[in-house]
Design a protein around this ligand. Structure first.
Ligand code: FES
Length: 142
């Protein structure tokens, strides 16, 4: 199997079977974001422990396969991580899809979305959930 085929399978698997989709009760920070270029939306909820660990993160929304797969993969990548590490992964991921040189942070299967860098119109799709994450963290820190 070619690497691109494998990446495509990973993306479709997350799109068809999204991880951590749902709603959190209680004190989670909630962020709604819309991709202005298509109108697709995401709601991200984040719960961070007192010692700065991402305890839980879920999302809901509607969007293309890239946006939903990216959100699903993001939740898996950051759950259980310190917030600082989650932001580091976010920075690395954004750099990768923009075609910038990576810092060499291990982003695991998120690598599957690296091909987005060849399609500038899709960068907003891939980064929607990540923008929501960064906004949620800022809110958390206020
Ligand atoms: Fe709307 Fe991708 S086309 S998020």
């Amino acid at each position: 199997m070619q690497l691109d085929d494998l990446y495509r399978e990973v993306i479709m698997d997350h799109y068809q079977h999204p991880r951590n989709q749902g709603k959190l009760d209680g004190d989670a920070v909630s962020v709604d974001l819309r991709n202005p270029s298509c109108g697709d939306e995401i709601t991200l909820q984040l719960r961070v422990s007192e010692d700065g660990i991402v305890e839980d993160v879920v999302f809901q929304g509607s969007g293309c396969s890239i946006s939903m797969a990216s959100a699903s993969m993001m939740t898996e990548a950051i759950k259980g991580q310190p917030v600082d590490k989650a932001l580091e992964i976010a920075k690395e991921f954004r750099g990768m899809v923009r075609g910038e040189s990576p810092e060499d942070v291990d982003i695991g299967e998120l690598e599957a979305l690296h091909g987005v860098s060849k399609f500038p119109a899709r960068i907003k799709c891939a980064t929607l959930a990540w923008q929501a994450l960064e906004k949620a963290v800022r809110h958390e820190e206020e």
